[in-house]
Design a protein around this ligand. Sequence first.
Ligand code: DC
Length: 232
Amino acid sequence: MAATPVTPVIVAIDGPSGTGKSSTSKAVAERAGLGYLDTGAQYRAMTWWMLSNGIDVQDPAAVAAAAAKPVIASGTDPGAPTITVDGTDVSVPIRGQAVTSAVSAVSAVPEVRALITELQRTIAAEAPGGIVVEGRDIGTTVLPGADVKVFLTASPEVRAARRSAELTGQEAAGLAATREALARRDAADSGRKASPLAKAEDAVEVDTSDLTLPQVIECVVTLIEDHTRRAR
Ligand code: DC
């Protein structure tokens, strides 16, 4: 069983999709005895609520005006993370195409980011032994004082292949289409004004293109162990 660290350790893992961020973050949290927070799921939950309530997601003023209404809650057990909106489990619908297509627009709205950032900071501060927080702006904006910061990357080909493998049935598109969709979302996430996807200056960049998942996990666990040793 993983030992709970004596002082809370905050780990920020950022990067675009298809880099193995979620699988790595969950496994690292389990290995290190830490909580786990998927911040993308929170932006997806906000987007699901907007779509379910007929808000025009392409209208930033309408999104901003409604942003404080949904109550988004995240369970941080890495073995069974949960996400609810107003008490309803939305873990399945937030992965659908409708939410995936709209989430970049919703997450670019500053009022949405301010609310969700505050929620993320509260969850991180309350995690008893510490937490692994995965996202796009964790090391730069949400938790700039994080103990360990990692920025995962991978080549566009590898990311598209991984994303295609995750999609099933109707949603599975050709590789070229998946690569294009990823590039569009990257451009939107990196180009927005409010805390864009970016590597923090003090983050360790790990290119996962030629690494297996266990190798990436090992690499991040080693960074946490190094931190813990230095902090003693
Ligand atoms: O990691 P993901 O694909 O589930 O994230 C969904 C979207 O949420 C992504 O397109 C950008 C946004 N996001 C964000 O803006 N900031 C974060 N910290 C996490 C996700």
